[in-house]
Design a protein around this ligand. Structure first.
Ligand SMILES: NC(=O)c1ccc[n+]([C@@H]2O[C@H](COP(=O)([O-])OP(=O)(O)OC[C@H]3O[C@@H](n4cnc5c(N)ncnc54)[C@H](OP(=O)(O)O)[C@@H]3O)[C@@H](O)[C@H]2O)c1
Length: 297
């Protein structure tokens, strides 16, 4: 691992009025390990190495939340973040998402109503121990055709006005959702599933976000088509070849490719493994030539 390992190597981006390192951290994978001390260690080490953008959700929880693993007490990502990092460093930006949630009986649901969104925001505030949420993404389930998000996005804009949220983003959306949301309130980021081998239909959406001055934040950049379930997807020959030539891992090449898609593209790799965390941060310093990018794409 390089001696000067730092999340700052990939440069910064202005997320609303926050300046963050483009190489961030996704907290979804902190919950599966029954040994919560490992998650605490990963989170603290991430911040020590310069990560100042952490993505989370109140429904990232094990067992019982989106990640169903075994029995035992529930580990909420938000509570792990609070335990590891509170009192929070001044420059730490925590982005959370609402829309999906867990009801009173412990059942996961996908689409909160406008009224339920306020409860979800308040839950995030309580779990994280914050007075104001830095960035909140409205995470939707896309429907083909007319698919208005105006009521739900408007409800979140009211919570910005009420002082509970600083900035808003959108997740799992198309450009028509963004077109509808922007007149309601500023959008600082779009968080969609996108990787070398996943949802490449967003190839045209990524630059639109840059042109509109907002971050594009891909999730599953490493997991790809394996999504939530497993560690990583099968690497292509190009990924394998370029990783071997550079003496880095295939996962690092996938992350580096992400960061080369534009200065407004942020990375939020998720891991519960301290060694993987360091590899992911090191990926922020990997340079890919135009020829390598062409071969990968
Ligand atoms: N908006 C949404 O709908 C949405 C949906 C899903 C996720 N997210 C957010 O996006 C973040 C990123 O997504 P993700 O965590 O699912 O996927 P990811 O970062 O693409 O990949 C994570 C998977 O890859 C493994 N991994 C990570 N670094 C590795 C490395 N260096 N070498 C080998 N394996 C490695 C992890 O296992 P180990 O733990 O063993 O390292 C885990 O299985 C999440 O943490 C979450 O915050 C958002």
């Amino acid at each position: 691992m390089p001696e000067n390992l730092s999340a700052a190597a990939a440069g910064t981006w202005k997320l609303g009025d926050f300046t963050i390192n483009r190489l961030g951290f996704g907290a979804m994978r902190t919950t599966p390990n029954p040994d919560r001390s490992v998650a605490i260690r990963v989170l603290r080490r991430a911040v020590e190495l310069g990560v100042n953008h952490i993505d989370t959700a109140a429904f990232y929880a094990s067992p019982g939340g989106t990640l169903q693993v075994g029995d035992g007490p529930i580990r909420y990502a938000n509570e792990l973040i609070r335990e590891a990092l509170s009192p929070y460093p001044e420059d730490l930006v925590i982005t959370t998402k609402v829309g999906p949630g867990v009801d009173a009986s412990g059942n996961f649901y996908n689409a909160a109503t406008a009224a339920e969104l306020r409860e979800q925001v308040e839950l995030n505030l309580r779990q994280l121990g914050k007075d104001v949420l830095d960035v909140v993404n409205l995470r939707i389930i896309k429907k083909p055709g007319a698919d208005s998000i105006a009521d739900r996005f408007g409800a979140l804009a009211d919570l910005v006005d009420a002082g509970l949220i600083r900035h808003l983003g959108l997740s799992n959306i198309r450009v028509d959702h963004l077109d509808e949301a922007q007149p309601i309130a500023p959008v600082v980021c779009v968080q969609n599933s996108y990787a070398l081998d996943t949802h490449r239909d967003d190839d045209s959406f990524v630059p639109v976000c840059g042109e509109r001055g907002m971050a594009y934040v891909p999730f599953f950049a490493i997991a790809g088509t394996a999504r939530e379930g497993t560690a990583t997807t099968e690497p292509s020959d190009a990924v394998r070849r370029i990783a071997a030539a550079k003496g880095v891992s295939e996962q690092q090449i996938r992350l580096a490719w992400t960061l080369h898609q534009g200065p407004h593209v942020l990375a939020i790799p998720g891991t519960g493994n301290p060694a993987h965390l360091e590899e992911n941060i090191a990926a922020g310093a990997i340079e890919l030539s135009p020829e390598e990018l062409a071969e990968l794409s």
